[in-house]
Design a protein around this ligand. Structure first.
Ligand SMILES: Cc1cc2nc3c(=O)[nH]c(=O)nc-3n(C[C@H](O)[C@H](O)[C@H](O)COP(=O)(O)O)c2cc1C
Length: 456
């Protein structure tokens, strides 16, 4: 959802259209970037030369671009060319007497409005993900108190390597933004994902962050349920399931990043709640329903929680003991409330967009479709869970995205590829934004607030 900006320079390249053209506020001069400072960290990759073009573009908006060139970066471009283009200082050394007399590794981020690593090599990504501070660039990233945008660029095998993907997910989980690389033919001749996006595109991303423009979900409220529920057997035992909550937490984070006010109702998990999201910790299905109803009104509700279908009717107040006769206790089960269906059938406060998840072990397609028909939600993401297709607790997911045609009520199945839960969350949130734009839905929740108190 990159906005477009007017660039005074009327170049004819197709890519430059991204920053020329339509943005009214920029055209009228409402976005004044003249006092902005973007700290560029240029790492060691073949596309380091593109950072020079980026500096040129940013300079046209009056944006200052002090830069750090890593040791790798200096193998590809020189501090002199960077500083000649930017007219700003270029830093290369952590142990510089001159720069460190002003605590350069701290101050550089304090003076910046945004930090952009461009290109980000696999190496700097790995070092940043591991919290290393063994050169100026990584020390600045670790000490940063500003938003960070990382623009990876590398050979497709390096990019797809599990180590790199894991590092990317680690950085994303720390609220560091990643500008995903483009696909195509690489400098090394191989084809795949890993190419640095055009400088015009990176420039537009930077401008959009600096202008603080309203994000697409600003003003919208979202409710997300996540994790398992625990149904009490006695004071020390419970019936639970293997849900880790990772998918729901990733969705909550993705919604928040797009500007939504997010209420995350979570069963017991070992996860750290995403920054900026209101968290409500619950245990049982009953508590999760209660909290979900109190979180209404919500424009968007996404039920990812693996809610137990049953609770124990005759849960004991005291710890159950083994009997000498060897007989096991008999547990009586009762069905728990159906949270998704309850929200779908809510007479006055049905969320405008209600999305559910279904985990199936067999007949995935049929069971998913049947569930979609039964629940009354607007979309259902169905995943197969089996020994060969671990989803619970894993970092990746593969889903079928079911929606219903408004015209003939036919169910459409979109088979999404295998991807990380963070990527899936972003893809789902893009669909939500498209849907809200298509139906011209305006936030209906601004006048009333949920009756729920956050855990913290
Ligand atoms: C010709 C050449 C091109 C390279 N291109 C890339 C690249 O595009 N992306 C990348 O991650 N590493 C690339 N590398 C490897 C990095 O330069 C190397 O890992 C270096 O240590 C990174 O340094 P940094 O941590 O300062 O970025 C390349 C190496 C060579 C010799």
């Amino acid at each position: 959802m990159t906005k477009e900006y007017t660039l005074i320079d009327k170049r004819s390249s197709a890519a430059s259209h991204e920053i020329m053209g339509a943005d009214e506020s920029a055209r009228k001069g409402h976005c004044d970037f003249a006092d902005k400072n973007v700290l560029l960290i240029i790492a060691g990759g073949i596309s380091a030369y593109k950072s020079l073009e980026l500096i040129r573009l940013l300079k046209k908006f009056g944006i200052k671009t002090p830069a750090i060139l890593t040791a790798g970066g200096q193998q590809f471009i020189t501090p002199l060319s960077v500083s000649a283009l930017s007219g700003e200082a270029v830093y290369t050394d952590l142990f510089s007497l001159k720069d460190e007399s002003e605590m350069g590794h701290i101050q550089l981020s304090r003076q910046a409005d945004l930090i952009v690593v461009v290109p980000a090599s696999a190496n700097i990504i790995a070092r940043a993900a591991n919290g290393m501070a063994d050169d100026l660039a990584c020390a600045v990233l670790l000490a940063a108190n500003k938003d960070i945008l990382i623009c990876p660029a590398m050979n497709p095998q390096m990019w797809e390597n599990k180590a790199t993907q894991h590092n990317i997910e680690t950085l994303q989980s720390r609220d560091i933004d990643i500008l995903m690389p483009d696909s195509g033919e690489m400098a090394c001749g191989e084809i795949g994902a890993g190419r640095l996006p055009d400088p015009e595109h990176i420039c537009a991303e930077i401008l959009s962050r600096l202008s603080g423009q309203a994000k697409p979900l600003t003003g919208y409220t979202a409710l997300v349920t996540a994790g398992p529920t625990y149904e009490k057997i006695d004071p020390v035992r419970f019936i639970g399931n293997r849900s880790s909550g990772k998918q729901g937490y990733a969705i909550a984070q993705a919604l928040y990043k797009q500007g939504a006010e997010v209420h995350l109702i979570s069963g017991p998990t070992a996860l750290t709640p995403p920054k900026g999201v209101h968290i409500y910790n619950v245990e049982s299905a009953d508590e999760m329903l209660d909290a979900s109803l109190k979180a209404l009104p919500a424009d968007i509700a996404i039920c990812t929680a693996a809610v137990s279908d049953w609770r124990v009717e005759n849960a004991a107040d005291q710890k159950l003991k083994k009997c000498d006769d060897g007989l096991a206790p008999i547990l009586e089960f009762a069905q728990t409330p159906d949270i998704l269906k309850t929200l779908a059938e809510h007479k006055t406060l049905r969320p405008t967009l209600l999305i559910g998840f279904a985990a199936e072990t067999n007949n995935v397609d049929k069971n998913g479709r049947d569930k979609f028909k039964r629940k009354g939600c607007d979309a259902l993401l169905v995943n197969e869970i089996s020994a060969k297709n671990a989803v619970f607790g894993a970092d990746h997911n593969r889903v079928d995205y079911l929606t219903q045609s408004p015209e003939n009520k036919e169910i459409n199945t979109d088979a999404w590829p295998y991807m990380s839960k963070a990527e899936l969350a972003n893809m789902l949130v893009s669909k939500i934004i498209q849907q809200l734009e298509k139906t011209k839905t305006i936030p209906h929740t601004q006048c009333s607030t949920p009756k729920l108190k956050a855990t913290k």
